[in-house]
Design a protein around this ligand. Structure first.
Ligand code: HEM
Length: 240
């Protein structure tokens, strides 16, 4: 049933309050127009990047809040925000799927208008990198102030709020690595192997970044546990 639109009461430009609050006029003017395209798939390429930047902005804001909660000794609240941040990373990984619809020859045309632009310059990713570095330092400080090591957490109870924060950090780290895996896969599907990116970075450098860890001590704790376990007893006899 059609409803009569109510008048806009919020300040700002836009025909409706939805447009004024969401700033849709500005938002939808941020993509190159059809008369500027060298190829219609510029819209696909730009929207996936812009959508990723927005979710990265949201993700970074959750990480900053999580850091504040850690400083206030509120691990439960910190954990919830880290889980939300990990979901943000998961969602931008999903968006990369759309790029599988980019024809390599069409992208070769789009590349001609990208200048020296490179993913390394992504403001969202830069912020995620610095926020995760800060979190790593802050969490290590919390542990050492209590005389704990990451290994202690993994030998303790799963209900320990600090263990839960550690696991939320690991989930986030994994989501970052999964984004990188998907990005590498999509990038090479489009531009191939052994070529240089727009910044003269070999595309295969991206493969090496996949194994990079933002919270290395939490991964080392796992390695230590595995190395300390009596081999051959952990899972019983191997089943065929
Ligand atoms: C057609 C799709 C894409 C291709 C072919 C591609 C290609 C590349 C290449 C070759 C690099 C290496 C650096 C360079 O030379 O520029 C790179 C890095 C990067 N790209 Fe993309 N990319 C694509 C889509 C995206 C999207 C949608 C994002 C989302 C923001 C993104 C974010 C990044 C980031 C953050 C890096 C730095 C590497 C890292 O930290 O793991 N790229 N990309």
């Amino acid at each position: 049933m059609a409803t009569t639109p109510l008048p806009a009461v919020l300040p700002g430009t836009g025909a409706t309050d939805y447009a004024r609050y969401m700033r849709t006029d500005d938002l939808l003017a941020l993509q190159r127009r059809a008369d500027q395209w060298v190829h219609p798939d510029e819209l696909l390429f730009q929207v996936v990047h812009q959508g990723s930047e927005l979710l990265l902005k949201l993700t970074e804001a959750q990480l900053a809040r999580s850091l504040d909660h850690l400083a206030m000794d509120q691990p439960g609240a910190a954990e919830l925000l880290l889980r939300r941040a990990a979901l943000g990373m998961h969602l931008i990984t999903g968006q990369l799927q759309l790029l599988r619809h980019l024809h390599p020859a069409h992208f070769a045309v789009i590349r001609t208008v990208l200048g020296n632009g490179s993913g390394f310059e992504s403001p969202g990713w830069r912020q995620i990198r610095s926020a995760t570095t800060e979190l790593d330092i802050a969490f290590s400080r919390v542990l050492s102030s209590r005389g704990l090591t990451p290994l202690d957490l993994y030998q303790g109870q799963p209900s320990d709020p600090l263990y839960r924060v550690a696991e939320a950090l690991v989930e986030l780290d994994e989501r970052i690595a999964l984004w990188r895996t998907e990005h590498y896969s999509v990038a090479t599907r489009i531009i191939g192997h052994g070529v240089l990116g727009t910044r003269a970075t070999p595309v295969d450098t991206l493969a090496r970044l996949i194994s990079h860890r933002r919270f290395p001590t939490l991964w080392e704790a796992r390695t230590e546990l595995t190395e300390a376990s009596p081999r051959g007893h952990a899972g019983g006899q191997a089943r065929r």
